[in-house]
Every structure is written in C-alpha cells, then in structure tokens.
Design a protein around this ligand. Structure first.
Ligand code: HEM
Length: 321
C-alpha cells in the first residue's frame, strides 16, 4: 500500500476527530444531535428565551423549574407539558405543579418557532425544555453548559408519579437526600441544584409553615415575611427565594448560613455535615457553584431519556400526536 501523503493523513485525522465529537454519549444523547438536521434550532430557542426573560425576569426561573419537574417524573420526556384529556393524567394537575408551574405558553411559542425554522417537528419538547433551562440560567447571569440532546417525547403522563416523586418544601435533609438518590443523584447534586433557588419566587401558602413554626429561622427575616404572608389568606402572595431573584448568584447559600432560607427544604441543607460543607463552599466560591450546578444539570438532564424509536416527536407539546 502506498504511503499516505501529509494531506491524506490530516484528512483522516480530522474525520476521526469529528466522528468522535459527534458520537453519542453513553445514554444516547449528544450535544450535536441537531447540528445537521436543524442548525437553527438552538439559536431560535435562545432568542425566544431571551425575549421572554427580557419581558418578565421571573420567567427564567419558571422555565428552569419546568425542566426539573419534567425530569423527576419518569425521566426528561416532556411529560409535564401534556394537557389533561380522558387518557392523559396530566402532571399539570399534580400538587407541586397545580397553580405553581408556569411558562407553558413560552414553551408553545418556542416549539412553534423551532418547527418553523426546521421545516417540521424535528426537535422534541423534552429537548426544548432542557435547552430552555440552560438559556434561562444564562439569561439571568449564570453558567453555560453543553446540553446533551436527542431525547424523545413521552406518549403518557402521570399525576400520581408527579405527586410521589417531586420533592416537597417541608422535607428535611434525609428525605431530600433519599428523594434525589432515587433519581440517581447524589448529595452534591442536591446541594448544587437547590442553588436554582437563587432565582425566582415562592407563594405564601408554601412558606407559611416555615415562617410561623420553624425554629431555625432568623427572627427578623421571619417577622418581615409575616407582613405579606399572614396566618390565613394571601395564599398566593410571593416572596423571592433569595434577595436577588433575577440574578444567578451565590446569595442563596449565604442566606442559608444565616438561617434566611425561604423554604424549610432550603434551610435543611445547612443541617447535615456534608451538605453544609457544600453550602459554605458555594457561598463564597461562585466558580465552584457554577461548575457543579452545570455538571448536575447535565446529570439531571440524563435521567431516563427516551431515545431511538421510543416515544415520539410531538407536533404540539401539549398533546400526543
Ligand atoms: C431540592 C428540592 C426542591 C424543593 C423541595 C423545591 C420546591 C420548590 C417550591 C415549593 C417552589 C415554589 C413554588 C410556588 O410557590 O409556587 C420552588 C420554586 C422554584 N424551584 Fe424548586 N424545589 C427544589 C429543587 C429545585 C431544583 C432542583 C430546581 C431546578 C434545578 C428548582 C427550581 C426552582 C425555581 C427556579 C423556582 C422558582 C420558580 C418561579 O419563580 O416561577 N427547584 N421550588
């Protein structure tokens, strides 16, 4: 066989490198999934997310939460987006989502625009949620990460499972650790991902019990919150989860150290040795928080994806095709 010339060697090397870089990861997802089928998909999602966050900063928080509530219920499969029908037991009606999860109209808009630029439904609703979560974090000043893609959409939903597996704000640390463990996530993921509460808000009905009955809460902080969250009524009044709800910063962790976590489950992170060490570290080291948050978002995004010919690519995120 004749020797290859330098050009041929370089060509082979670059082909091998590009094959490696587009190769799917272990669970079949790859950041390059739409690079050839629709290179405009990701820039389109980014554009719509930026506009939505510009219009209302809280939307970034709401969109991030949707991906979390999607992934914890039978994996990241877009199940949270399905509206109720006689055969769909919509997760929108589950306790943690009902009158709480928001941003569905933004997802509809993204889906419509992505399908338009791609010339058809090639991008799944589950992937739209994953990219939207990342772009929301970036829009509020947080870290960027490569989102692995190729998830397909479920044809079912489960309100019962949503009620069982989405963690509750009255959980203590062992319950939270257990809850995340069942999803294959570790204490580090729990503490890093809870940092999502550096953005967004919670309703009075959710944190009432904490501000009237918890003992590990700063007195002045609780007193101040009681003005807008009385013992009865005003259930939907909002309080921010940290002092800067539109900035992806480390104040969430700083506040846990001074017993100013809004939710019982937030303050719970400062009650165990391992979790507390991480809370302290993230409180003064935003680079560590950012890096671990991004890694844990990828891990959460890897929960039980549908791939290959499983599930479907929905034409409308609210309904099965
Ligand atoms: C660790 C267990 C967690 C519990 C118990 C929990 C619980 C809650 C609750 C009760 C609310 C307020 C809902 C309302 O008042 O309507 C909330 C808001 C929020 N959660 Fe969590 N959460 C947890 C983890 C996470 C994770 C892992 C993420 C994302 C990675 C996340 C993202 C958010 C965001 C961004 C908001 C604000 C949403 C908005 O303003 O619309 N949470 N969470």
């Amino acid at each position: 066989m004749a020797f290859l010339n330098l050009f041929q060697v370089l060509l082979l090397l670059s082909l091998a490198a590009s094959a490696l870089s587009t190769r799917p990861y272990k669970n079949g997802l790859t950041p390059y999934f739409y690079d050839f089928v629709c290179p405009q998909a990701l820039p389109t999602i980014k554009r719509v997310v930026e506009a939505a966050v510009q219009k209302e900063q809280r939307m970034g928080a709401s969109l991030l939460r949707l991906h979390f509530h999607d992934c914890f219920v039978n994996g990241c499969d877009g199940s949270i987006l399905l509206d109720p029908t006689p055969t769909i037991d919509s997760e929108k009606r589950a306790g943690p989502n009902s009158n709480s999860a928001r941003g569905f109209e933004v997802i509809d808009q993204i889906k419509a625009e992505v399908d338009r630029v791609c010339g058809g439904p090639v991008v799944s609703c589950a992937d739209i949620l994953a990219v939207t979560a990342r772009d929301s974090v970036v829009a509020l000043g947080g870290p960027w990460w490569k989102v692995r893609l190729g998830r397909r959409d479920s044809t079912t939903a489960s309100r019962t499972t949503a009620n069982l597996v989405i963690p509750a704000p009255n959980m203590d640390l062992p319950a939270l650790i257990n809850n995340f463990k069942r999803q294959g996530l570790k204490v580090k993921d729990l503490v890093a991902l809870s940092g999502a509460h550096t953005i967004g808000f919670a309703q009075c009905r959710i944190y009432r019990d904490r501000i009237y009955n918890d003992s590990n809460i700063d007195h002045a902080f609780a007193k101040n919150l009681r003005y807008s969250c009385p013992r009865t009524g005003s259930d939907t009044n909002l309080a921010s989860l940290d002092p800067t709800p539109a900035h992806f910063d480390t104040l969430y962790y700083n506040n846990l150290l001074t017993q100013k976590g809004l939710l019982h489950s937030d303050e719970a992170l400062s009650t165990g040795e391992d979790a507390l060490e991480l809370v302290k570290r993230y409180s003064y080291n935003y680079e560590a928080f950012w890096e671990d948050f991004a890694k844990s978002m990828v891990r959460m995004g890897n929960i039980k994806p549908l791939i290959g010919n499983q599930g479907q690519i929905r034409s409308n995120c609210r309904r099965v095709n």
